[in-house]
Each structure stands twice: as structure tokens, then as C-alpha cells.
Ligand binder design. Structure first.
Ligand SMILES: Nc1nc2c(ncn2[C@@H]2O[C@H](COP(=O)(O)OP(=O)(O)OP(=O)(O)O)[C@@H](O)[C@H]2O)c(=O)[nH]1
Ligand SMILES: [Mg+2]
Length: 294
């Protein structure tokens, strides 16, 4: 039996969460067309008869000195340290080849078993893939190319044999039926954040967070109360929308996904609250779980 943690490292918006979801076959991490969607690491678990792979989906690699971005940078670095194996996720649509090579160098530097996955190949005429392969070959790591959205089954079939090859021999770390280490509360908060992102991402790029205030198991309906936190007064009417239309839409979309996730009827209440500059407020950041290690 083989088992271990496999960290997905790439640029923001590289398609790491999409790839993780495709490999696991369940939606464990939220996805959006905007960079910096993933904030805290998400562990998604793949099981079969001969291995258990615990994929760690991380925020994209960025450089920053403070606030939420500093947290994202630390989280990405920590994930690189915590993985037994690293996967450099290289998106062919990255604006600069050099940025992808930086990912490759950062991953190779860790001196751990690693591989490269060239992703979003459906967006490429083969040119960028070819260039990347030429560069990565010098590092001596196995490389596969996939599209996680066009054909996720094929992506899984291509990638998993390589992972199996480099995964350490070890007993499974988690029960076989578990596919993520996130709690239901955390997943629910993330689903709501995803719907907010989809709805208001142009106007409220990064100043938004979600926390669950109540999670009351009351059969047959589960009652959930969530708070959408925004960092500026001017964001409040944007999230609410005209006559509360937007927040209602977010609620409807989120509830649909939450019910699918939990397999039960849900009553979801959402409030929007302004906490000015919460990204620079250590106490709120801590409460949201965005803690920068000392
Ligand atoms: N065409 C195409 N789009 C993809 C593919 N994989 C992901 N995407 C899209 O790329 C965007 C970013 O995907 P995410 O999975 O959120 O990317 P990420 O690397 O997790 O991003 P962060 O969490 O922000 O660092 C989304 O719009 C996805 O639908 C792919 O193989 N092909
Ligand atoms: Mg992500």
C-alpha cells in the first residue's frame, strides 16, 4: 500500500483546485475565473485498492509583505514543506513562461520527489506545451499534460500512474470513505464564498470573506446562518444588490450546492457586514483562520 501527501503548487488561477477536484472526483475546493480563489489549504483524498493520495490544494504562489496576501504566500510555502511529493501545476495560459519556470525552480529546490503537470492544454495549440516540456526536461522530473475541464477522467488516468510511481510505501492516513479533511461548516462557508466570487468578483475583488454563525441540525431541515464580511462600506450595497436581489441570488445558488453536498434540505440565512480593512486586522484574520505563522 502506498500513501502520502501530494502538494499542488502553481501560479494563482493555474487550475490547481479544478485539477484536485478532477483527480478526487468530488468537489473539494472552490473554483473561479479569478486568481486567489483558494485561501486556506484544502486536503482532498483519492482512494483505490493500492494507494491513498492526499492532495493538498494550496493558494497560488505570490509574493507579498502583509495582510491577506502575506497569508497566501505563507500558506503556499507551508504546503510545499508539508507535502511528501510535489506537483508543479503549469498552466499553458500563463502570461509569461518565466513565471512558470519560477514555479518549477521553487518546487525542484525542495529536494522532494516531484512531477510537472502541464494543464489547460485545451487552450493551447501545443506551442506552449512544447516549450514547457523542453524546459522541464532539464530538471529530470516526469511531465504529463492534461486538461482538467475538457476531460477529467483522462486527466486522472494520465496523472495517477505517475503519482503511484513516486508515492512512498505507507499505510493509509485516513478512513477509506473520507474525501476531504474539511468540516461541513468549512465547506459550506467556502461554497458561499464561491457564489459571492461568481457574483461580485469585478466589484469586490478580494475584500470578502464568509463565516458561519449557526449550524443547527434540526431534522428535517438544517438551519445555517452565515455572515458575509466585506472590507469597505461601498461594498455593502454591491453585495446586497438592488432591493437585495444579489444577495438573494447568492443565497439560492449556495443553498442548491449545500443541499447537494449534505444531501439534506437546508434553510440558509445570509447577512452582509462591513468590517473595515479586515484583511489587516489580526483578530478577524485569526477568526477566519487566516493565520500567518511567526
Ligand atoms: N480551459 C480550461 N480552463 C481551466 C482548466 N482548469 C481550470 N480552468 C479554469 O481556470 C480558472 C481557475 O481555476 P482554479 O481551479 O480556481 O485555479 P487555482 O489554481 O485553484 O486558482 P487559485 O486558487 O486562485 O490559486 C477557472 O475558471 C477554471 O474553470 C482547464 O484544464 N482548461
Ligand atoms: Mg484554487
Amino acid at each position: 500500500m502506498k500513501s502520502g501527501f501530494v502538494s499542488l503548487i502553481g501560479l494563482p488561477n493555474a487550475g490547481k483546485s479544478t485539477l484536485a477536484n478532477a483527480l478526487i472526483g468530488e468537489k473539494v475546493g472552490i473554483v473561479s475565473a479569478k486568481p486567489q480563489t483558494t485561501r486556506r489549504r484544502v486536503v482532498g483524498i483519492y482512494n483505490d485498492e493500492s494507494m491513498q493520495v492526499c492532495f493538498i490544494d494550496a493558494p497560488g504562489m505570490i509574493r507579498s509583505v502583509n495582510g491577506l496576501n502575506r497569508f497566501l504566500e505563507c500558506e503556499c510555502e507551508a504546503v510545499m514543506k508539508d507535502g511528501d511529493i510535489l506537483v508543479a501545476v503549469l498552466n499553458v495560459d500563463a502570461p509569461r513562461l518565466e513565471d512558470l519556470l519560477q514555479i518549477v525552480r521553487a518546487v525542484a529546490k525542495q529536494k522532494k520527489p516531484w512531477m510537472a503537470v502541464i494543464t489547460k492544454t485545451d487552450l493551447d495549440d501545443g506551442h506552449r506545451e512544447g516549450r514547457l516540456r523542453e524546459e522541464v526536461v532539464a530538471f529530470g522530473a516526469p511531465t504529463v499534460a492534461v486538461s482538467a475541464t475538457k476531460n477529467s477522467t483522462k486527466a486522472r488516468e494520465r496523472l495517477l500512474p505517475f503519482i503511484r510511481e513516486i508515492l512512498p510505501v505507507a499505510p493509509p492516513l485516513f478512513e477509506g470513505d473520507l474525501y476531504t479533511t474539511q468540516s461541513e461548516r468549512e465547506m459550506v462557508a467556502e461554497i458561499i464564498r464561491e457564489k459571492c466570487f461568481e457574483s461580485v468578483h469585478k466589484e469586490v475583488p478580494y475584500g470578502l470573506a464568509v463565516r458561519i454563525l449557526k449550524f443547527e441540525e434540526r431534522t428535517p431541515i438544517l438551519k445555517i446562518e452565515a455572515e458575509i464580511i466585506v472590507s469597505k462600506d461601498s461594498f455593502l450595497p454591491i453585495v446586497l444588490g438592488e432591493g437585495g436581489r444579489r444577495i438573494r441570488h447568492i443565497g439560492v445558488e449556495a443553498r442548491r450546492d449545500i443541499e447537494k453536498l449534505l444531501g439534506q434540505q437546508v434553510f440558509l440565512q445570509t447577512h452582509v457586514k462591513v468590517k473595515r480593512d479586515w484583511q489587516r486586522n489580526a483578530a478577524i484574520m485569526r477568526e477566519l483562520g487566516y493565520v500567518v505563522p511567526k
